[in-house]
Design a protein around this ligand. Structure first.
Ligand code: SF4
Length: 377
C-alpha cells in the first residue's frame, strides 16, 4: 500500500428507513421486503465485482444508512458473507452498524455479534419525547432504553449514541438533561451534532421554534464540559469517547484514508481519486455488477484540493494536523504552503501550534468554519 495512506476502509449504504424524519436529507426511504431483497442482491453483486481489485486489508467497515437494522437478518448475513468472501479483513478490524431504537431484537442483535459486528451506533437524538416527536423520529426515549439494554445483553461492549442539539423547542436545560441521562447509561461513545436545516426537507418548509445562536453556543460549550466530567474525551468537534473508544472508521475519514463506498450513492476516496455511486435506484439495480458504470462525479483531486482537505478535515480532530504527515504526503512542508495562515490564526488565538502539530483552540473550535475557510486556496 502507498505509504502515504495507511488504512483501507469500507462503507456499505442501506437506504431504507421505517419513516422519513422531518429534518433528513439522507438517501433513504421506506421499502417493502421485495424491494429490499432486490437491493441486497444488487449490493452483493457490486461487492463481488470488487474481488481482487484492492490489494489492501480492511481496517474498518461501517454499515450505515438509512437504517441498516430494518434489514432482515438473512439479508444482513448475506451482505456480511459476501464482504468476507471478497475482502480480506485485518485482525481486530472495527465493524460498526447503525441502528435505530425500536428496530432491533435480542435475537437480531445476537446475530449481529455472530456476524462479527462489534460496535453499534444508536440514533437517539434526544431523551425528551416531545423533541423526538418534533423531529419525526419513530421512537420514544423508553423505546431507546429497551433497545440499549438489549444491545448490552447481546454482548455489545462498544456502543455509540447519537445526540442532536438545536432541536425546535429544545432548551439548555433539556439538552443538559439529555446529556446527563445518556451519560448515566455509560455508552462508550457519544456523537453530538447540531441540527442543520437542509433544503427540501419538511423542516425547511416550516416555521420552527429554534434555539437562538447564543443558546446553541452555550449548548455546545457545555457539552464538552459535562461529558468531560464523566471521562468522555472530546476527540473531534462533535465526537466524544471513553479512552480508547474513538471511532476508527470516522477518524479514517478525517485523516483521508482510502475508503470504498458500496451501495446506492456511496462515496469513495482512493488516493487522489474520488467518486460517488449513482443515487438513482433503477440505475443502481441495473448496473451494480459493473461498478465502473455506477460511478458518477469521478474526479482526480488536484494537489491543492488534497491539501485543503487534509487541513480542514484534520483540524476537526483535537489532535489536529501533524507537520510530519503533511510533509510525507505532499513532499513539501506545511509552513511553505500555509505558514502565513497558521501564524495569523495562532495570533488570533484560534490555532495552537507546538511546532509538531497544529490544532484548534477552544475559541478556534467555536469559530471553526471561519478557520477552515482560511485554508482554502
Ligand atoms: S432514521 Fe436517519 S436516515 Fe432514516 S429518515 Fe431518520 S434521520 Fe434519515
Amino acid at each position: 500500500m502507498d505509504k502515504k495512506y495507511k488504512k483501507f476502509r469500507l462503507y456499505v449504504h442501506i437506504p431504507f428507513c421505517i419513516r422519513k424524519c422531518a429534518y433528513c436529507d439522507f438517501l433513504s426511504w421506506n421499502a417493502g421486503r421485495e424491494e429490499q431483497d432486490l437491493y441486497v442482491r444488487a449490493l452483493c453483486g457490486e461487492i463481488r465485482s470488487h474481488k481482487g481489485r484492492y490489494p489492501y486489508r480492511v481496517s474498518s467497515l461501517f454499515v450505515g444508512g438509512g437504517t441498516p437494522s430494518v434489514l432482515e437478518i438473512r439479508s444482513l448475513d448475506q451482505i456480511m458473507d459476501t464482504l468476507a468472501d471478497t475482502f480480506s479483513f485485518a485482525e481486530g478490524a472495527e465493524i460498526s452498524i447503525e441502528a435505530n431504537p425500536g428496530t432491533v431484537t435480542l435475537e437480531g442483535l445476537r446475530a449481529y455479534r455472530r456476524m462479527g459486528i462489534g460496535r453499534i451506533s444508536f440514533g437517539l437524538q434526544s431523551t425528551q419525547d416531545k423533541e423526538l416527536r418534533e423531529l419525526g423520529r419513530i421512537h420514544t426515549y423508553g423505546g431507546f432504553l429497551e433497545s440499549y439494554d438489549l444491545a448490552r445483553r447481546a454482548g455489545f461492549d462498544n456502543i455509540n449514541v447519537d445526540l442532536m442539539s438545536g432541536i425546535p423547542g429544545q432548551s439548555i436545560k433539556s439538552w443538559r438533561q439529555t446529556l446527563s441521562r445518556v451519560m448515566g447509561l455509560e455508552p462508550e461513545h457519544i456523537s453530538a451534532y447540531s441540527l442543520i436545516i437542509e433544503e427540501g426537507t419538511p423542516f425547511a418548509q416550516r416555521e420552527l421554534d429554534l434555539p437562538g445562536e447564543e443558546e446553541e453556543r452555550e449548548m455546545y460549550e457545555s457539552t464538552s464540559w459535562i461529558l468531560g466530567q464523566k471521562g468522555y474525551v472530546q476527540y473531534e468537534i462533535s465526537n466524544y469517547a471513553r479512552p480508547g473508544r474513538a471511532c476508527a472508521h470516522n477518524i479514517g475519514y478525517w485523516t483521508r484514508d482510502h475508503y470504498l463506498g458500496l451501495g446506492l450513492g456511496a462515496a469513495s476516496l482512493m488516493g487522489e481519486m474520488r467518486w460517488n455511486n449513482t443515487d438513482l435506484i433503477e440505475e443502481y439495480l441495473a448496473c451494480a455488477p459493473n461498478p465502473d458504470r455506477l460511478h458518477v462525479h469521478v474526479e482526480e483531486l488536484p494537489v491543492a484540493e488534497q491539501m485543503e482537505e487534509m487541513m480542514f478535515l484534520g483540524l476537526r480532530m483535537m489532535a489536529g494536523v501533524r507537520r510530519q504527515d503533511f510533509q510525507e504526503i505532499f513532499g513539501v512542508g506545511l509552513d511553505e504552503v500555509y505558514g502565513d495562515v497558521v501564524r495569523r490564526m495562532a495570533g488570533l488565538g484560534l490555532l495552537a501550534d507546538d511546532g509538531q502539530r497544529i490544532c484548534l483552540t477552544r475559541r478556534g473550535i467555536s469559530l471553526s468554519d471561519q478557520v477552515f475557510v482560511e485554508f482554502m486556496f
